[in-house]
Ligand binder design. Structure first.
Ligand code: SF4
Ligand code: MG
Length: 352
């Protein structure tokens, strides 16, 4: 169906061996086919937990999951395998997720077999392998099939990991910081590949990132997380250009200019493929945000951002702000947007 959706309300995620951690609290999100949804937040905000819960790598204590608009029971057995086929996960570290003692052929063949897509003959399998590598632009396929992970670059390894996910023919791809460990010069190529797959295969992509500038470039919709809660959402252009929540405003003011990032990445990619072959110097721009995210074991009362918020009011320390709807589908969980709040609270033009 065209209107594929995953929605989940999650509360009180608990791990038997640790204190009860509300890693994500009352989070709800909807992924649409042919669309990228970014979840942006600092490390420790709970954003990776969302991907792992949706991939069913972690158990949940409560919540609801809808696939193709219908409630889905995940657990074990056939229903669980069917779910895993539809919802694939790729990780930050493509080296860690590939077995160093096995070739690309082994990884992809295994994935095709698990998902029953290897075909009946050796010839079918060979064709399926070639198609997967072509899909992620590792061509000619023969050059990569018998390589071991250490013989490939970081970007090529991430392409193999993406090909392995595509072996399942999924409807949903959960991408947890898929480019943050890669060289800046090749990040754009991987994001463009994912965008191409989204369009050609009508995928719903969840893009987990700490980099709000990349969300503007890559995602259709952006959700911002702080301390286990969603604090703002809307279309990416609006959220990154006119952030409403003081936390998003902090993120965008400390993030490097997204237009410059794209221009730089393009220039670097060109330089890297320049046959004249000048040395490419890549400098990572650090983005610092003031203060530390709070512990999720005992999060602050009221608005969890209140200890760091420059606009905090009295009620912020005691009352949890609900979502307030703004114009054009943008929303923010912040008391500045309550009807009785002082009127200086318009969304702010991002300074970047
Ligand atoms: Fe700041 Fe209050 Fe809004 Fe929280 S609810 S972000 S503390 S103004
Ligand atoms: Mg993470």
């Amino acid at each position: 169906s065209k209107h594929f959706a995953v929605r989940r309300t999650l509360r009180n995620f608990a791990d038997r061996n640790r204190p009860v951690v509300h890693a994500v609290d009352d989070v709800s999100l909807k992924l649409r086919r042919g669309s990228v949804t970014a979840v942006v937040g600092e490390s420790g905000s709970g954003k990776s937990t969302i991907a792992r819960l949706l991939a069913q790598l972690y158990p949940t204590t409560s919540g609801e999951l809808l696939l193709h608009g219908k409630p889905t029971r995940v657990g074990q057995g056939r229903a669980f395998r069917a779910y895993c086929r539809q919802v694939q996960l790729i990780f930050q570290d493509p080296f860690g997720s590939l077995n160093p003692t096995h070739t690309v052929r082994y990884h992809l063949t295994r994935a095709l077999r698990i998902h029953d897509r290897a075909g009946r003959t050796a010839d079918d399998l060979e064709k399926a392998l070639a198609a997967l590598l072509e899909r992620v632009h590792l061509t000619p396929p023969e050059r990569y099939l018998d390589s071991f992970p250490h013989e490939l670059s970081g970007g090529q390894r991430q392409r193999v990991a993406i090909a392995r996910a595509m072996a399942a023919d999924p409807a949903v791809l959960l991408a947890d910081e898929p480019v943050s460990m890669l060289d800046v010069s090749i990040r754009l190529g991987i994001l463009n590949l994912l965008r191409d797959l989204k369009e050609r295969l009508d995928l719903a992509i969840l893009y987990i990132t700490h980099d709000i500038a990349s969300a503007r470039y890559f995602a259709d919709e952006t959700l911002v997380m702080y301390a286990g809660r969603m604090v703002e959402g809307g279309d990416s252009e609006t959220v990154t250009q006119r952030p409403a929540h003081p936390y998003t405003q902090l993120l965008t003011s400390s993030a490097p200019d997204p237009d410059r990032i794209v221009a730089d990445a393009k220039a670097r990619a060109e330089a890297a493929t320049d046959p004249a072959g000048g040395e490419v110097v890549v400098e990572e721009e650090e983005s610092e945000t003031a203060g530390e995210p709070p512990s999720l074991i005992s999060p602050p009362s009221g608005c969890r951002f209140h200890p760091r918020c420059p606009k905090a009011m009295e009620r912020c320390a005691s009352e949890v702000p609900p979502r307030f709807d703004l114009a054009d589908g943008q929303w923010a969980a912040c008391w500045l947007y309550a009807e009785d709040a002082p009127k200086q609270a318009a969304p702010q033009e991002a300074s970047a």
